[in-house]
Design a binder for this molecule. Sequence first.
Ligand SMILES: *[C@@H]1O[C@H](CO)[C@@H](O)[C@H](O)[C@H]1NC(C)=O
Ligand SMILES: *[C@@H]1O[C@H](CO)[C@@H](O)[C@H](O)[C@H]1NC(C)=O
Ligand SMILES: *[C@@H]1O[C@H](CO)[C@@H](O)[C@H](O)[C@H]1NC(C)=O
Ligand SMILES: *[C@@H]1O[C@H](CO)[C@@H](O)[C@H](O)[C@H]1NC(C)=O
Ligand SMILES: *[C@@H]1O[C@H](CO)[C@@H](O)[C@H](O)[C@H]1NC(C)=O
Ligand SMILES: *[C@@H]1O[C@H](CO)[C@@H](O)[C@H](O)[C@H]1NC(C)=O
Ligand SMILES: *[C@@H]1O[C@H](CO)[C@@H](O)[C@H](O)[C@H]1NC(C)=O
Ligand SMILES: *[C@@H]1O[C@H](CO)[C@@H](O)[C@H](O)[C@H]1NC(C)=O
Length: 341
Amino acid sequence: MHQPILHSLVAAASLTLAAPPQKDATPSQLQNVNYGAFTQTATYSIANELGFFEAYGLNVTYLQIPNSTYGYAQLLNGGYDIATGTIDNAVNLRFNSNKNLTVIGQLDQGPELSIASIPSITDPTQLKGLALMVDSPTVGSTNLRYADLVAGHLPNGTDVYATILTYPFPALAQALPATTRPNIIANISDFIQPISSSAFTIRQAALTNTTERSVIRSFMSAMYAANQYLAASTPKSQKCSVEAIASQLNVTTDIATTAYAAATDPLTGETTSPNGNFTVSRQGLLNIIDVRSQFGGFASVPAGFNYAQAILPGTGKLIDYSITEEAIAAVNGYKPNGNCS
Ligand SMILES: *[C@@H]1O[C@H](CO)[C@@H](O)[C@H](O)[C@H]1NC(C)=O
Ligand SMILES: *[C@@H]1O[C@H](CO)[C@@H](O)[C@H](O)[C@H]1NC(C)=O
Ligand SMILES: *[C@@H]1O[C@H](CO)[C@@H](O)[C@H](O)[C@H]1NC(C)=O
Ligand SMILES: *[C@@H]1O[C@H](CO)[C@@H](O)[C@H](O)[C@H]1NC(C)=O
Ligand SMILES: *[C@@H]1O[C@H](CO)[C@@H](O)[C@H](O)[C@H]1NC(C)=O
Ligand SMILES: *[C@@H]1O[C@H](CO)[C@@H](O)[C@H](O)[C@H]1NC(C)=O
Ligand SMILES: *[C@@H]1O[C@H](CO)[C@@H](O)[C@H](O)[C@H]1NC(C)=O
Ligand SMILES: *[C@@H]1O[C@H](CO)[C@@H](O)[C@H](O)[C@H]1NC(C)=O
């Protein structure tokens, strides 16, 4: 009975030899990075707000992905240097369409990945016979669906009932008045655990392009250092992480504290990578593949395709950790100061 819900949850999860510290670098020395993402994760917020990107000589431009079709096309055509999106998208595009996308690390296991409904619906069984908003082609990515859910209707006036949300939208919803505040009626971890969710993804050709490889390596060093800072959970790192989230998302400290809790959730958060180093959870990825296959999501994959073998990391494979390993080896020890900057 929960199978369709489960499928929707998973399907719509939307899916370096680093430079030394360069806090004093003049702008012309910064490397530009075009970063495509569906949401401003906690790790990104920390890297951006607490000086990690500058410390790795980077000028990162955050490019909001409006829908996955557009986002992955941009990644493949060079519009983005790197993107984060659900690994389900990479699996789909690579195994069904032979797109040369490479996953270089896992960021999270689906924090706040949930079904959210309008206030009058309090239980998943009430959704029987009603339309659910899912990702493109009909609507778009989570921020648009969240806005429509809170409004109670699509831009053309059609009533809406429920959709799938991810970090940080359930936290943001807390700030809304009860008359519009969505209910969280199901969490992914009630259905499937673990799942591999947001993944750092690049075009395969960047692996062998010295310039592109160097930019991605520095970006991954900064994101790794920021992620370690998030995971540290000392009183200071906690306070500064909450401040970074509040500032990045433009929300109150209370909301940012809830978002921080989601980002550090031990089952689903951004600190759940098996080795704490952006390794993809193999079981989490097998679960993604299993759910996708249960619903005909590998229609273009040849019979007999060996998924277990296809997800082993290596050169020319879906997963290639070589840049990330170099990035982690090149982490430079930068830490935000006492003023969280
Ligand atoms: C950073 O990149 C943006 C967008 O490409 C550009 O407008 C800005 O001038 C750059 N800033 C620095 C300090 O390089
Ligand atoms: C992906 O790369 C392989 C090997 O370089 C190449 O044969 C294939 O045509 C590429 N696929 C696409 C869709 O461009
Ligand atoms: C995806 O986003 C692009 C760029 O904003 C837009 O042109 C396109 O219509 C969108 N596609 C869908 C299916 O919503
Ligand atoms: C409203 O928009 C949705 C999504 O694009 C579409 O499925 C639906 O048919 C539209 N309804 C009307 C009355 O135009
Ligand atoms: C979903 O998870 C949140 C955060 O852990 C929890 O507060 C809430 O009760 C859960 N909701 C359901 C329906 O399980
Ligand atoms: C390597 O990447 C750079 C930056 O995107 C690009 O200008 C250059 O043409 C690429 N080199 C090759 C050999 O593809
Ligand atoms: C931040 O949020 C406040 C209150 O909701 C709003 O007035 C302000 O315009 C927002 N600032 C930005 C930069 O979005
Ligand atoms: C992560 O840690 C594991 C275990 O120490 C190691 O085998 C792997 O190479 C590391 N991965 C990266 C990307 O550094």
